[in-house]
Design a protein around this ligand. Structure first.
Ligand code: ADP
Ligand code: MG
Ligand code: MG
Length: 445
């Protein structure tokens, strides 16, 4: 069965859901009927584990959080138990990871494609313009990056209607949560180990996660490729944990720093080109028919990649804009931003499109429209700020990737573990750090 559901408790067997049940998200809540005393016990054990093992994030409600090290910390929001996930999707997403890594690299080398595709967006989105300006400066300088390192994450949701695994987006900068993702699978293994019989689960079935060691390994390998052990002297590698959002550039100084880094001989993770490949606008352009043919020779690869593309449109297509105005619940309106909390949904989407259309056009180019994906929902115990609530929840599945290349030699092109995020079905957005989603881990069925 290609359906997924929250962990099934109280039996050693995991009942299969019928395709019909999965499509409509009608999974009965008895599947998750844990005795309240067991829930309390699990929650307490989990909270202690999080504190002891650093599964923590900054506490937004604490005035000194983020200002003083070790102050204002809170356990990361998590799902109490791992969830079942069909091996079918797992295999598919893993197979796609090296293809998307390769795609990022190929698109990054096509400077004209990046400039042309983002040309109209640039006119109305100052942030994208600044990034493109750095990019065109590098094109003028004929700057080539011989060693290229990508730490990526391709995010997916299962579309409940068709059962297809659809890509939400491809991240190429600051692909976060690798540490948290590894932590939550350890947390779940530990809880399951202590309650194997009551939960009807085997700890070994909770999938381990290698994201953090593989990403760290790729960074180290890139440093080795740079091959200049005089450190303290030239900088071999720059990793961007910020720089994807306008607020990361409060003054010209930050833009100068970004340009300086880009002009330097250091390996950039990501380079300006890799960064731009991850924009929503490029995602939308790549989803147009035949565009992938420009970057892949193998028809089989093109087919596999295209299969996971959801409906994506630019807003110059007035008939799609009208459809979105009429049925905003079926679409997501996305600006060229990262980090969660930027997309526009529902009534807001309707109003925004009506206004942009009335204003006469140009500003529409700052956005893309995407088909809204509705993953099947199932009940789940979700823990935030020490409190556990049972919610009807949906999940987003990300696969980390690493790509390292030195001139013609591909040194690493791998999948690097996963990120499972679960959120209340009624919510729109889905980031963990941005406060919407809960970390989760999986066992394959
Ligand atoms: P960001 O780069 O800010 O993470 P995303 O495209 O991943 O932008 O959107 C943020 C969140 O919005 C996702 O994690 C997901 O929960 C939700 N979302 C995005 N696109 C869709 C979609 N097409 N259908 C349903 N939910 C979506
Ligand atoms: Mg993103
Ligand atoms: Mg995202």
């Amino acid at each position: 069965s290609r359906t997924w559901c929250a962990v099934i408790v109280g039996s050693t067997a995991v009942p299969e859901a019928s395709a019909e049940e999965g499509r409509h998200g009608r999974r009965s809540s008895e599947q998750l009927a844990l005795p309240p005393e067991l829930v309390d016990e699990l929650v307490e054990e989990a909270l202690v584990w999080c504190s002891q093992h650093g599964l923590i994030v900054g506490d937004k409600n604490h005035p000194r959080s983020g200002k003083a090290p070790g102050v204002g910390l809170l356990h990361a929001p998590f799902s109490l138990l791992p969830m079942s996930f069909p091996k079918f999707y797992w295999d598919q997403a893993l197979e796609l990871a090296p293809l998307f890594n390769e795609l990022v690299d190929r698109v990054s080398l096509d400077g004209e494609f990046l400039q042309q595709t983002l040309a109209r967006t640039k006119e109305v989105d100052l942030f994208t313009k600044r990034l493109l300006d750095i990019h065109s400066e590098m094109m003028e300088l004929k700057k080539e990056e011989e060693i290229r390192l990508g730490l990526t994450r391709s995010d997916y949701m299962v579309d409940g209607e068709t059962g297809l695994l659809l890509q939400v987006e491809l991240n190429t900068i600051s692909t976060s949560s690798n540490g948290l993702a590894c932590g939550v699978s350890e947390l779940h293994r530990n809880l399951v180990r202590m309650h194997e019989r009551e939960l009807g689960l085997d700890q070994a079935s909770v999938l381990g996660n290698t994201a953090i060691t593989q990403h760290a390994g790729a960074l180290a390998r890139a440093w080795a490729e740079y091959n200049n052990p005089r450190n303290g002297c030239p900088v071999a590698l720059v990793y961007f944990r910020a720089g994807y959002s306008p607020i990361d550039y409060p003054s010209e100084a930050e833009w100068r720093a970004r340009t300086l880094i880009e002009r330097s001989s250091a390996i950039k993770c990501p380079s300006i080109s890799y960064h731009l490949v991850g924009t929503k606008k490029i995602q939308q352009e790549l989803a147009k028919e035949y565009v992938l043919d420009r970057f892949f020779d193998n028809k089989g690869d093109i087919k596999k990649v295209r299969q996971c593309f959801a409906g994506l449109w630019n807003l110059e297509n007035d008939s799609i804009v009208m459809s979105a105005i009429e049925s905003p619940e079926l679409f997501v309106l996305k600006p060229q931003r990262e980090g969660g909390g930027n997309n526009i949904y529902g009534d807001n989407l309707h109003e925004t499109l009506v206004r942009l259309r009335k204003d006469g056009g140009n500003e529409l180019a700052a956005y893309i429209l995407m088909q809204r994906i509705f993953p099947p929902a199932s009940p789940c115990y979700l823990v935030r700020e020490g409190k556990c609530a049972k919610e009807n929840a949906v999940s987003e599945f990300g696969v980390f990737g690493a790509y390292l290349r030195n001139k013609d030699k591909v040194i690493i092109n791998d999948q690097c573990g996963y990120l499972m995020r679960t959120k209340a079905a009624a919510l729109n957005e889905g980031g963990v750090v941005s406060g919407y989603a809960f970390l989760n881990s999986i066992f394959l069925t």
